[in-house]
Each structure stands twice: as structure tokens, then as C-alpha cells.
Design a protein around this ligand. Structure first.
Ligand code: GLN
Length: 316
């Protein structure tokens, strides 16, 4: 086992960076271009609040699908497990994250899980608030508190791009309206989903979200529990089985801790009782996961003994 240090992380980054070559940058995102392809950064924050960062960790990127973790926490808080999983399943899916066919061919009453687009749109519709602006405000306020970062904000450019490229998500949402899965205003649910995806964060912020999950849902400001442990268990289990889309099985085997990725190249990792991990690496594979970031996550797991299914249960 290696010792966690900034120097170790710098070496791990340089070992993993070449894997960016096999990925592609998602050019539908504003300011994402070839020059970003080799970026790779990481932050690790341990439960005793030591922070280790390396590589391009100061780069800000949109949350994209990592927002699905936050959405699920809020929906569980608002409606409880039974009602949330009445609207969305908890099973992993072998199709791509924006698959339409799964909505019709398996179970027409609900999408597979909250970590794919259809599931996350259905979950977004469950975040309470008096009006759409207030719902997003709640999301952002919660995110600011758990990352201890009041500067977090949504990028208007990313939000506009999400809307402009949203045909597929709109199709998913209207299909779910037709089957009665989505009973609230479809455009409002989509709008919140786009906004949630458009918040800009850097590695420290992603790591803070992981730390929140790893540290019993405690606010870094007040130390109060903001989300009860039974909901966190659910969120981490869903991340483990579905957080890396249709590569989740691979990551469960090779990394062995709950992760969530986004098509901006973001990854959140949570090692319960030990640390939160935030990674950015904009070159993604066909399934939507950062290639260099994924390689880094697997390397960290091996070198730092993070696999929850290992001899020590990832608790060494
Ligand atoms: N903007 C993307 C979408 O809705 C986010 C999904 C993702 O990160 N996989 O398709």
C-alpha cells in the first residue's frame, strides 16, 4: 500500500494521463475543445479533513451527471425511499445513459435507476420548492453547504447549451409523461435538470461531495447531519451499482467503491469512513466516463487499498 501524499498523487496523475488519448472531449459543452483533452486533476479529502490535490485540480467544469447524486439525496429527503423508488427503479442498466428503448421495452412504469438521464429527470421532478426558481435555489444552497463553497454558481452558457442540445432528454421526459411516470410539469422538470447539470465545480468541490457521503452526511460547517445515514446508504449503493453507467460493474470490480461520473469528465468517489475523491478528466469514452479519470480512480483504489470488497473492506 502506498502512502497518500501530494507527491504520490502527482505521480498517479502522470501515470494515468496517457489514458486521455483514448477518449474524446464532449464538444457540446461550452469552451470544451481539444486543448482540454489531456487535463487531469484530483483532490482527496480525508475524514480528518486533510486535503491533497494534484494535477489540473483548479480547473472548473460543469457537474453534468454528478448532479444526479445531489438530486437523489434531496428527493429522498423530500419524499422518502418508498415514494422515490415508486417513481424510479434501483436496478443497473446495460444500455447507454440516455437510452430511450429501455423506457418501453422493460418496465414502462419507471426508468431503471436514478443515475441515468430518464431516472434523474423523474427524480428532479420530486425536489420540493414553491416554484422552479426556488427548487434550484434549494439545490444550490445544499450544494454550497456540503462543499463549504458559497461561490458555486450555474454557468448560463452551459445551461443554454443543455437546453439547445436537450432533444433527447425532452424525448425521454415526454415519453415518461405518456406512461404516467412523470406527473408534474415536464418542462419545469427538464429545466431544473439542465440547471443542476450546469453548476461549475473543481476537484475540491467534487471531493467535498464525496466526503459528505463518506462522513455520514455531516455539514462541514455545523457538523449537523443534513441527510440521515439510511438515505446515504441508499445513495451510495445506487452509485456503486449504476453511478458509472453501463461500466458500473467494471468499476465495482476494479475500484470497489461508490462513484458517479458526468460527461464533462467529472467523477465523485466516496470511501465510507475514509475519504471523498474528486476527479476531472474531460476526455470521455463512448459510455460517458472519463478515460484518464477512470484509470486514476482504479489506480488509487489499488495503491491506497480502497476496495470495499478487499480483505480489509477498504478500511486499512
Ligand atoms: N448533459 C448530459 C445529458 O443530459 C448529462 C448526462 C451525463 O453527464 N451523462 O445528456
Amino acid at each position: 500500500m502506498k502512502e497518500l501524499s501530494i507527491q504520490y498523487l502527482e505521480e498517479a496523475i502522470e501515470d494515468s494521463r496517457p489514458f486521455a488519448a483514448s477518449g474524446n472531449v464532449n464538444m457540446t459543452l461550452p469552451n470544451f475543445d481539444e486543448t482540454m483533452k489531456d487535463l487531469l486533476g484530483v483532490s482527496i479529502i480525508t475524514t480528518d479533513l486533510k486535503c491533497y490535490s494534484a494535477g489540473d485540480h483548479r480547473q472548473f467544469i460543469p457537474m453534468q451527471s454528478t448532479s444526479k447524486v445531489i438530486g437523489l439525496m434531496l428527493a429522498l429527503q423530500d419524499f422518502g425511499k418508498e415514494r422515490v423508488f415508486n417513481a424510479v427503479g434501483m436496478e443497473p442498466m446495460g444500455d447507454f445513459f440516455n437510452s430511450i428503448s429501455q423506457l418501453e421495452s422493460y418496465d414502462t412504469s419507471k426508468p431503471f435507476n436514478p443515475m441515468i438521464n430518464a431516472g434523474a429527470i423523474a427524480v428532479s421532478a420530486m425536489i420540493k420548492g414553491q416554484n422552479p426558481a426556488n427548487r434550484f435555489e434549494r439545490y444550490l444552497t445544499f450544494l454550497k453547504e456540503i462543499t463549504d463553497n458559497d461561490d458555486l454558481a450555474m454557468s448560463e452558457d452551459v445551461y443554454e447549451a443543455e437546453k439547445a442540445n436537450g432533444a433527447r432528454n425532452r424525448a425521454l421526459a415526454y415519453f415518461m409523461q405518456s406512461t404516467g411516470t412523470l406527473v408534474t410539469d415536464v418542462e419545469e422538470a427538464l429545466d431544473l435538470y439542465y440547471r443542476m447539470n450546469s453548476v461549475m465545480m473543481c476537484c475540491d468541490d467534487f471531493a467535498r461531495v464525496g466526503l459528505f457521503l463518506a462522513r455520514g452526511g455531516r455539514s462541514p460547517r455545523s457538523d449537523d447531519r443534513l441527510i440521515p445515514p439510511h438515505h446515504l446508504r441508499t445513495v451510495k449503493a445506487i452509485m456503486m451499482t449504476s453511478g458509472m453507467y453501463n461500466s458500473s460493474g467494471h468499476y465495482a470490480v476494479e475500484a470497489g467503491f461508490p462513484c458517479k461520473s458526468g460527461v464533462s469528465g467529472s467523477i465523485i468517489g466516496a470511501i465510507p469512513g475514509r475519504m471523498g475523491i474528486g476527479v476531472i478528466g474531460p476526455a470521455i469514452d463512448a459510455k460517458g466516463n472519463s478515460t484518464a479519470g477512470g484509470a486514476l480512480i482504479k489506480k488509487l483504489s489499488q495503491d491506497l487499498d480502497l476496495n470495499m470488497f478487499g480483505e480489509n473492506g477498504g478500511l486499512s
